[in-house]
Design a protein around this ligand. Structure first.
Ligand code: SF4
Length: 430
């Protein structure tokens, strides 16, 4: 259940905006930033960046530029909202930028795969350390023959796993999918290449760097709020950006604000929030984010199933681009067995107890001869490991997300979610 306030408490928005004005002025003085610097608002179509954009425009007018990086995994309402926000605020239109992966990017990846996926490879880290993985480019090996069963299960017709992988290694027309294909997996918590490549880098390359190259001093305003996470709470409100020290700075005007403050500001300026909030979304942006929680997954499945279907289609392609999934697709027993047998071995110690010790390099079965029985993995899943499943598909994740705590009991409330009813968590329905 949400802990967000159901009622928006009246806030003195004008005093809070004045605080931002005063604090910003003192930062400019302390950091010796010229008064003719450029302000760039990092826009996302969400409530926090909309509040930031409105405040920046209110204080500095057309000096402010607004940039949004479209990841190609956004909800269409969010893109529409971003394209039209200037008509509500009176600011300059948002500049939409997008990272495009070229045919040359894919050609480089294909060349790498042809060269390296044809070779056997010894795994050097993790529970599979020392296991020799087979070539993916040969049909005349035990693995190559076993993989043909994978191809049949997946409903594809290729001679080798490498051929299947090369077939999807071309620009798809969607930047998020292209990034996943080139990385051979979807982004995850510790490897969030979507944020790095599809948001931060492209906003810098397409919008900010050209200004810096012209000799401008740029301050980026971002709608980061400290109460969203302890990590965000730890950010400095004003900081030098080391990508161009002395010329590029970051400012977090609403760092101390609550979600209720943000919506109060929308009302204060007469701005309608992104319509997704009125339809039950607790956050907008990628639909969905790879890191979103169980509740958001079930909410999306109920309200915007077309986005679940989009991810299902993407998974069909991305698994073909994953070397690991091809290797693990030929197993037959359980993944837990792999951890207990390949990663560890059991020995009897001096006290007569049976204990597990990690195997040493070379002291392991060889997958190459396919004498190892392991559970087959079929997916490099969009949502990563969820609900105790190592590599579930989006369909399996949605089923799990529809269940109650512990993933066992089907939650009747969620199952009967009325998609016609507004369930905004911020008390926006009046
Ligand atoms: S919202 Fe999530 S999926 Fe989208 S770019 Fe950020 S981390 Fe990646």
């Amino acid at each position: 259940m949400t802990t967000a306030p159901a009622i928006i408490i009246p806030t003195d928005i004008s005093a809070m905006v004045r605080e931002i004005e005063t604090t910003y002025a003192s930062f400019l003085e302390n950091f010796r930033i010229p008064s003719d610097h450029v302000i760039v608002v990092n826009y996302s179509g969400g409530k926090d960046s909309t509040a930031t954009l409105a405040i920046a425009h209110h204080l500095f007018g057309d000096k402010v530029q607004n940039v949004m990086a479209d990841t190609d995994n956004e909800h269409e309402y969010t893109i529409e909202y971003a394209k039209n926000i200037h008509t509500q605020v009176g600011c300059r239109p948002v500049q939409l930028v997008k990272r495009i992966y070229s045919a040359a990017d894919f050609a480089r990846r294909r060349a790498y795969m042809k060269k390296n996926w044809s070779k056997k490879q010894a795994i050097r880290m993790g529970a599979y350390r020392g296991v020799v993985m087979p070539s993916l480019g040969r049909a005349d090996t035990a693995f190559g023959q076993a993989w043909l069963k994978t191809a049949k299960r997946w409903g594809i017709d290729f001679e080798t796993a490498l051929d299947a992988a090369l077939s999807v290694m071309h620009p798809s027309g969607n930047s998020f999918l292209d990034a996943a294909l080139l990385h051979g997996k979807f982004p995850m918590l510790r490897d969030r290449f979507c944020t790095d490549e599809l948001k931060i880098q492209i906003a810098y390359d397409a919008a900010i760097r050209p200004m810096l190259d012209e000799g401008e001093v740029v301050v980026q305003w971002s709608g980061v709020r400290g109460d969203e996470s302890s990590k965000r709470a730890g950010y400095d409100r004003f900081a030098v950006d080391m990508r161009d020290e002395g010329y590029l700075f970051n400012f977090l005007p609403i760092h101390q604000w609550t979600a209720a403050d943000v919506f109060a500001l929308h009302r204060y300026f007469g701005i309608k929030p992104n319509p997704l909030y009125l339809q039950g979304a607790s956050r907008v942006g990628c639909m969905n984010c790879v890191l979103c929680n169980k509740e958001e997954i079930s909410e999306t499945a109920a309200r915007w199933p077309e986005h679940i279907e989009k991810h299902r289609q993407w998974e069909m392609k991305v698994r073909l681009a994953s070397r690991w999934v091809h290797w693990m697709s030929t197993g037959t027993v359980s993944q837990a067995w792999v951890n207990s047998i390949i990663g560890f071995r059991e020995i009897t110690n001096r006290r007569g107890e049976t204990v597990k010790v990690r195997r040493l390099l070379g002291d392991v079965p060889r997958l190459y001869g396919l004498d190892t029985e392991v559970q087959h993995l079929d997916w490099s899943g969009f949502y990563g490991p969820r609900g105790g499943m190592g590599a579930p598909s989006v369909t399996e994740v949605v089923e799990w997300a529809r269940t109650g705590r512990g993933g066992k009991v089907y939650d009747l409330v969620k199952a009967s979610l009325n998609t016609a009813t507004c369930s905004s968590r911020y008390g926006l329905c009046e």
